[in-house]
Design a protein around this ligand. Structure first.
Ligand SMILES: Cc1ncc(COP(=O)(O)O)c(C=O)c1O
Ligand SMILES: N[C@@H](CCCC[NH3+])C(=O)O
Length: 434
């Protein structure tokens, strides 16, 4: 068992992840290897749920599976009684393969295809988070063709932009996502759904961004949603059963990060919704959240083997590992920062500051710009911490490197949950030209 930020080391001086010696894991599964601390994932889901339960509100913790979507992860989420959100037919297919209860699935996305909507409706998923007018028409077409009905949430852009990296802002008005509230688009969408006998207007949704450290944005967005609900109650006698405030709760990647606890986010959101609904004399809706990063991020580690080293005189040493931007694009894409330790020398003191480079054919393939480490040798194991969200999920086969294996560890027991890709896998879909 491990808490975010805590580091477990055994008598051999090896980093331990949920009871398993990382050096032994590497011996068995090789590198690059993605390892998840299952206890940490379970704890994180339970922490979110506990706050809702303490406040006696109806709720759903819906894991945003885009952060890490595999069959094993969906099964783990199901064991913890949480919901999931999917954003593609592929994520939905994974949920189906995992045996996930599909009535607990929400389907997001700003351009769901006809085929994706057909798949969602025929599998009777819990709710479609409708994003735009085109989708209302497509969904209606699918529902008529299949003679079905479905629950709908409307995705709204509440005009709240969270303080975060620019690429992650999705709540502001100038966004590709959702119906704009201010211009009246949201109201128009509501009327269309209310008039459609095949769509059950279950509630409203807003997601304001990702890797957010303050509660203010969530509180503001939640208040705006409740104000809108009050307006709709007056105008249309409509009250939402569900108010979904999205995900985006920030995590600690480096010592410089100081996110508030998951409990604090949820508590502030619940209190804001309670207060505002009471003011407007509305029924208290169920509150749904969609944490992705905060559930899997801190629980994940990328393990690499150190290979070559280049000392640039007067500048710095480059220490290269056997992975890089193919298994973690975030440093190259978002200038995301991480910290790493030598997993096989976890008790040794740092002696130098190095740049951790990947093996890909790109100068920008740097995993960590500045990392203090003990003296390292080829063959040492580097453990990058907090890589569990949007790491493996965004992995590619660039340079035709196979994607890593993924191992789940729980109380010392390791289980391979995604096999390492083979060279054969890499050419599997290729067809000969001659
Ligand atoms: C609609 C929606 N819900 C949930 C999430 C999950 O966000 P995070 O992983 O930051 O918790 C995202 C991604 O930002 C999203 O777009
Ligand atoms: N992929 C982004 C987060 C995207 C959030 C999804 N809406 C990251 O790694 O930080």
């Amino acid at each position: 068992m491990s808490e975010q930020g805590e580091q477990q080391v055994n008598e051999q001086g090896h980093l331990v992840i949920d009871g398993a010696d990382t050096v032994a894991l590497v011996k068995k599964y090789q590198t690059p290897l993605v390892v998840y601390d299952v206890t940490a994932i379970r704890q994180q889901i339970r922490r979110f749920k506990k706050v809702f339960e303490a406040n006696h509100v109806k709720y759903a913790v819906s894991y945003a599976s885009k952060a890490f979507a595999t069959i094993a992860m969906f099964q783990l989420v199901n064991q913890e009684g949480a919901h999931i959100d999917v954003v593609s037919g592929g994520e939905l297919y994974t949920a189906i393969k995992a045996g996930f209860p599909l009535e607990k699935v929400s389907f997001h996305g700003n351009n769901k295809s006809l085929a994706e909507l057909e798949m969602a409706v025929s599998h009777h998923i819990g709710v479609i988070v409708v994003d735009n007018f085109h989708e209302i028409a497509l969904l209606n077409q699918v529902l008529e063709a299949q003679d079905e009905t479905i629950n709908v949430l409307l995705r709204l852009t509440p005009g709240v932009s969270a303080h975060t990296h620019e690429y992650d802002q999705t709540g502001q008005e100038d966004s590709k996502f959702g119906f704009d509230i201010r211009s009246g688009q949201a109201e128009q969408a509501l009327q269309m759904v209310l008039q459609n006998p095949r769509m059950h207007m279950q509630g409203i949704h807003a997601h304001i961004g990702s890797q957010i450290f303050e509660v203010e944005g969530f509180v503001l967005a939640a208040e705006k949603l409740v104000d809108l609900a009050a307006d709709w109650q007056q105008k249309f006698h409509y009250e939402p059963e569900v108010l979904n405030v999205g995900g985006g709760f920030g995590i600690k990647y480096t010592e410089a990060d100081d996110p508030i606890a998951p409990e604090a986010f949820v508590d502030a959101i619940v209190k804001a919704v309670q207060t505002r609904t009471a003011e407007h004399q509305l029924k208290m809706p169920a509150i749904w959240i969609e944490p992705g990063r905060s559930i899997v991020g801190p629980a994940g580690y990328n393990l690499y083997t150190i290979g070559s080293r280049k000392d640039v005189p007067g500048l710095r040493p480059y220490v290269t590992v056997d992975g890089g931007m193919g298994d973690n694009i975030r440093p190259a894409l978002y200038q995301a920062e991480y910290e790493a330790i030598l997993a096989n020398k976890a008790t040794e003191q740092p002696q130098e500051t190095v740049r951790i480079a990947g093996k890909y054919c790109e100068s920008g393939d740097i995993l960590i710009q500045k990392q203090a480490l003990p003296q390292s040798q080829p063959g040492d194991i580097l453990a990058m911490k907090a890589t569990g969200a949007y790491g493996y999920a965004m992995a590619s086969n660039y340079n035709r490197n196979p994607r890593p294996a993924v191992v789940f560890v729980e109380q010392g027991n390791a289980k391979l949950v995604v096999q390492r890709e083979s060279y054969e896998d890499l050419v599997h879909l290729d067809r000969s030209f001659v």
